[in-house]
Design a protein around this ligand. Structure first.
Ligand code: CDP
Length: 234
């Protein structure tokens, strides 16, 4: 039995704060759909790079964002460690979204109002299905301001860079901690100071520092908040 009627959980936070892992685990436990909105901004960035569009050309990037089809499928048994599959115009770009070139440019692309309006429209359509965990930067403040549960997950920049470095090397890539730390700090700076939908906690968000808490501990604490235990077990 659910203590509080929760149809949608909004999770925001800075780069590599653990929000995606917490969101994914929560969605699994609650049998909710999971939407990582960051992958949509990454998809637009990837497509702009692919089409050799000048990333400083806001009008061209915005038109591209409106034109491309982005599809996100739940994990389909691929054995390569992915948690979901992303297609742009039918092409599987799941791993291409995680390259340093996309990391380096995604914050500029997602600062454009027209790009945001298009992505938010698609995200809200997804949210309307209900039973959704949505993760990003502006979910609690802009995309789903009426979400009944909002979380804002942070961690120290050094811990976030360590985690991202570990993820990258687990995926078989060379990963330089100093470069990753610089990228995380640079993206946080752009994301927090942009004019449209800057990264910040909603006034009614629960703030969680994940620096010293593993995701499973955070997930259990959230489940305790919203669920009655069944026979003392989850
Ligand atoms: O996984 P990580 O935390 O590194 O980033 P992400 O969630 O994949 O988001 C990549 C970038 O997309 C962010 O740095 C933001 O610039 C942008 N983003 C955004 O503006 N709004 C969102 N709701 C989600 C991501």
């Amino acid at each position: 039995m659910v203590k509080k009627h929760i149809s949608l959980i909004a999770i925001d936070g800075p780069a590599a704060s653990g929000k995606s892992t917490v969101g994914r685990l929560l969605a699994e436990k609650l049998h909710f759909l999971y939407l990582d909105t960051g992958c949509m901004y990454r998809a637009v960035t990837w497509a702009a790079l692919q089409h050799k569009i000048d990333l400083g050309d806001e009008t061209a990037v915005t038109h591209l964002a409106r034109d491309i089809q982005i599809e996100i499928f739940p994990e389909n048994g691929e054995a390569d460690g992915r948690h979901y599959t992303v297609h742009v115009d039918g092409q599987d770009i799941t791993w291409a979204l995680r390259t340093p070139a996309v990391d380096a440019n995604v914050s500029q692309v997602s600062s454009y109002l027209g790009v945001r309006q298009e992505m938010v429209k698609r995200q809200r359509a997804f949210g309307e299905r209900g039973a959704v965990v949505m993760v990003g930067r502006d979910i609690g403040t802009v995309v789903m301001p009426d979400a009944p549960l909002k979380l804002y997950i942070t961690a120290s920049a050094e811990e976030r860079a360590r985690r991202r470095t570990r993820d990258r090397s687990d995926q078989g890539h060379t990963a330089d901690y100093d470069r990753i730390l610089a990228d995380v700090l640079r993206r946080d700076d752009i994301d927090s100071n942009r004019e449209h939908s800057p990264l910040r906690p909603a006034a009614d968000a629960i703030l969680i520092d994940s620096t010293e808490q593993p995701p499973t501990m955070i997930v259990n604490a959230i489940l305790d908040m919203i669920q009655e235990p069944v026979n003392g077990n989850r």
